[in-house]
Design a binder for this molecule. Structure first.
Ligand SMILES: *Cc1c(COP(=O)(O)O)cnc(C)c1O
Length: 354
């Protein structure tokens, strides 16, 4: 076998959990299903099994679709909840607003997104109330969906109490609840709640459940807890170029990640690495952790010269997400050694005092 390394493999990377390789369980699954002919387009035994396991996981008879990525999962899910004259309420830092290039508006034929602020990347219920009640006339795009990200873009998690308040608000105003769960596994691991408690029992109508960020090669599951909302979703996926013909390679990794708890194990590990990183960085003078570290992201305020030094040394991280801090993202693959090396690099880059 030929190995191709067109570029040096990145070391020193905390840019995103999707920089990480595929976890062993997901890779095993791909190898295991890689023999013989099976039906295409999802009509294969592994896809059926993955759906059954997800129904077991959520302890309910939900409807499940696998798509290639999170942008499609969110956009198509939202499009299925809205008409073009509706609106979607979300946080101003929500991925659907800032990182999907207008795909939710595009796939819903123009549904408008209405923004709230809120601490820690969490939607402020009072602002939802305001956005939804400030107008009721025909000139205003009718609010139809509340979209929440769990865990959030700032590495925090909505607690059950916070979700309850938002759910009550949504119910009062007949809003559907969409959850962007690109990092749902990290939220589950963080809260130690059951998947049911954190989804349909919390009022979620549609969850986009991320596979990629928790160790798969590709693929997210769109999960409709209200099966009626899934009507004709298969056509939506196909039209959007999101119906995988060799579906077994998207679905099988879900089986192996669910069957022995690997999904939560990896998420718990990523969260633990983030906590360790935050704890260690916090000890350094001039370094300030900006948001509670409740999942696998650490946002830190660093002096600009430290950011410049780290980048010059080849450390990878983003500063354009959130509110300008350095975002340090841990994954299933982040090791204590990786964390230690970054902390040492930050320590060495800090201006010497005294
Ligand atoms: C990564 C991510 C997604 C999915 O992004 P894709 O690149 O389209 O797979 C969706 N929501 C959030 C919050 C994310 O972090």
């Amino acid at each position: 076998m030929q190995h191709v390394h067109p570029d040096p493999v990145l070391k020193n990377q905390f840019a995103s959990d999707n920089y990480a390789p595929i976890c062993p369980e997901a890779m095993d699954a791909i190898l295991q299903v890689n023999s013989g002919y099976v039906n295409a387009y999802g009509n294969d035994p592994w896809t059926a099994r993955a759906c059954d396991m997800l129904r077991d996981f959520f302890a309910t008879d939900c409807q499940i679709f696998f798509v290639f990525n999170g942008t499609a999962a969110n956009s198509l899910a939202l499009a299925s909840l809205c008409q073009s004259y509706h609106s979607i309420v979300c946080h101003e830092l929500a991925h659907i607003e800032t990182d999907e290039c207008g795909a939710p508006e595009f796939f819903s034929n123009g549904t408008k997104i209405l923004l709230t602020t809120g601490n820690g990347g969490k939607v402020d219920p009072a602002q939802v109330e305001h956005l939804v009640t400030r107008r009721s006339d025909i000139h205003y795009p009718k609010p139809k969906v509340l979209s929440l990200t769990q865990s959030t873009e700032l590495g925090t998690v909505y607690t059950p109490d916070e979700l309850q308040v938002l759910r009550d608000c949504a119910e009062r105003h007949e809003l559907r609840l969409h959850m962007d769960g690109a990092r749902f596994a990290n939220a589950l691991a963080s809260l130690e709640l059951s998947p049911a408690e954190l989804s349909w029992k919390a009022g979620v109508d549609v969850l986009t459940f991320g596979g990629t960020k928790c160790g798969m090669a590709v693929g997210e599951a769109v999960i409709f807890f209200d099966r009626e909302l899934a009507a004709e979703f298969d056509y939506r996926c196909k039209q959007a170029g999101q119906l995988a013909s060799k579906m077994r390679y998207l679905s099988a990794p879900w089986i192996s990640l669910l069957q022995d708890g690997a999904l939560l194990r990896h998420a718990r590990h990523a969260n633990a690495m983030a906590r360790l990183l935050a704890n260690e960085l916090q000890k350094l003078p001039g370094v300030e952790v900006a948001h509670p570290v409740e999942a696998n992201a650490v946002f830190v305020r660093l002096p600009q010269e430290v950011i410049d030094t780290l980048r010059a040394e080849g450390w990878y991280f983003y500063t354009f997400i959130g509110t300008g801090e350095a975002r340090l993202m841990c994954s299933w693959h982040t090791s204590e050694e990786d964390v230690g090396q970054l902390v040492a690099a930050v320590r060495a880059a800090l201006p010497k005092t005294g």
